[in-house]
Each structure stands twice: as C-alpha cells, then as structure tokens.
Design a protein around this ligand. Structure first.
Ligand code: GUN
Length: 288
C-alpha cells in the first residue's frame, strides 16, 4: 500500500482564499487585522516559526507586531510585554511563542494573555470552552490537524483516534476536539504516551494515529494498522537543524493516508492561526 498524502500546504492555500474575502470586508470597514507575537530568548526553531507566522500575515494583509525579549528576561518583563499587547487596540490577537526559556513560568504567562486576544486558544478560559464544547478560539495545531483530516476525506466520526503525546499545544486539546459531538469529530479517542507498556498494542488499534510526542521515528510500520491515517505532528531538530519527525518514513508503505515530511502539519497550524486572528478582528469590529 502506498499512502495518500495529507497535504497541509493545500489546506493553507484554500484557507487563505477563504480568509481573503473576510479580510477584504474588514479593510473596507477601515479595520486592519493585527496579530502580535512575543518571542523570549534566541531558540532558532522558535525564531523561524515566528518569522513564518509574520510572513504569512504580511501576505494576507494582516499587520503583525513583534516583541522580542532576551533569554534573561524576568517573568515580570514577560508579563509587561503581554499586558502591552492586551492593551494595544491595533493588536486583535497575539501569542507567546512556546516553550519559554528555562526558569520562566509558562502557565503564569498564558494566564496573563487576555482570553479575547488569545490567538492560540491556550488560555484556560478558551481551553475551558473547548471542554464545554462552546465556541472559542481553538488551539491552532489541533484545529489544523482536524481540518486536514476533514478536507482530505478521512472518516473521523465513530472511528478510533489514538494520540501519542499529551502536551498542552497538541495532544491534550486535540483529544478533546476530536471527541466533541460534532461533525468532523465524534471519535473514540485514546491518549497515550511514550512511557506506556507496549505502545504498539495501542497504536495498532488506531484508524487515525497522531504522533505528537517529539520522539524521532517512534512510529514504525509494525505499529500501524494497514490503511490507517497517520499524522506526524511531533518534531525534533537534530544536528545541523535536520528535521526528525515522530513517524518513520517507511510507515507510508502501510498507511492509507500520511502527512509528508515537509508540508504536513506545519502549514495547517499557520492556517488556523490566520483564521483565529481574522475571527478576533471580526469580533472586535462588531457586526457590520
Ligand atoms: N510552540 C509550539 N507550538 C506552539 C503553539 O501552538 N503556540 C505557541 N504559542 N507556541 C508553540
């Protein structure tokens, strides 16, 4: 079997086309959507993720605002940067790029973001809305993975999704999102981690397998049910900034659908970030 590709770049392009009309409508009303980013420290991967977010905003006519802080920044300085964006009328939505440098409290930082400007959907109020099934900004990578599966025609409702990894940005919110009683969700979801006994006994049960543990080549063909959809979401950077995905390339021989090495989950996160930013701008602008 050779798997069909789950094409994140195609999702990003169609999302941009859909958003362009909404951005145009805002611009006609004199409203320019604004997205802010806060980057603390000099991690090259985080810097390149943030840069990519700005480039995509620029292309769409979304103004971006950036605040860079050194790795030596104190918790108070990080909170001051967050409050400045909370109070800035030109910034409709913003994010604090994670992970924060060692010693800084991410939870306290996320709590300081105003929930209405939380483009990441990671503020406890917005995570609570997800738990309740209420509307609100959804975490970008989980929402991107869901959109990618839906647009690729992968059946989700009633199927078994196994997620390896329970992190705040992917595994935990994705498990809630795909379990909601909604079209494009309504799945049976199992969340596991790399420390479980016999990981393969779980992953082989998956109709949809999401690897989000940051453990290079953790998923091998023997761990995959033939024909399953396999999403590689966890990333590790090796020597020379070589990308080491969680899913081994050879899994493509067994899977029915699979994310490509480049252009899988990454662009879907950007698509949802743009979408959340535009939604925030529309909310702030009020009814036309
Ligand atoms: N770092 C890795 N993923 C994410 C994300 O979704 N949001 C933020 N803010 N930082 C991240």
């Amino acid at each position: 079997m050779t798997a069909q590709l789950l094409d994140g770049n195609a999702l990003l392009e169609t999302t941009k086309v859909e958003l362009a009309t909404r951005i145009e409508a805002l611009l006609e009303r004199g409203v320019t959507p604004g997205l802010g980013t806060i980057l603390v420290g000099d991690d090259p991967s985080s810097a390149s993720y943030v840069d990519r977010k700005h480039r995509n905003c620029e292309e769409m006519g979304i103004v971006s605002f950036h605040q860079a802080l050194p790795a030596t920044a104190t918790q108070d300085e990080v909170h001051a940067a967050i409050r400045a964006f909370n109070d800035a009328p030109q910034v409709d939505a913003f994010l604090v790029q994670l992970p924060l440098p060692h010693g800084l409290d991410e939870e306290a930082a996320l709590l300081t973001v105003h929930p209405d400007k939380d483009v990441d959907g990671l503020h406890p109020v917005n995570l609570g809305r997800l738990v309740m099934g209420a509307d609100g900004p959804r975490a970008c990578t989980p929402a991107g993975i869901q959109a990618l599966l839906v647009r690729s025609g992968v059946p989700i409702e009633g199927r078994h999704v196994v997620i390896v990894g329970r992190g705040l940005t992917i595994g935990r919110p994705l498990s809630l999102l795909l379990a909601l009683k909604r079209p494009g969700a309504n799945a049976a979801v199992t969340v596991v981690h790399t420390g479980v006994d016999d990981l393969g006994a779980y992953t082989r049960q998956a109709d949809i397998l999401v690897a989000a543990a940051g453990s290079p080549s953790m998923i091998t063909p023997d761990m995959v049910k033939p024909g399953a959809a396999v999403v590689s979401a966890g990333i590790t950077w090796g020597e020379g900034r070589r990308l080491l995905p969680d899913v081994d390339e050879s899994v493509a021989e067994v899977a029915g659908w699979i994310t490509p090495r480049i252009g899988g989950v990454g662009p879907t996160t950007i698509a949802m970030l743009l979408s959340n930013a535009v939604s925030a701008a529309e909310r702030f602008a009020g009814a036309p």
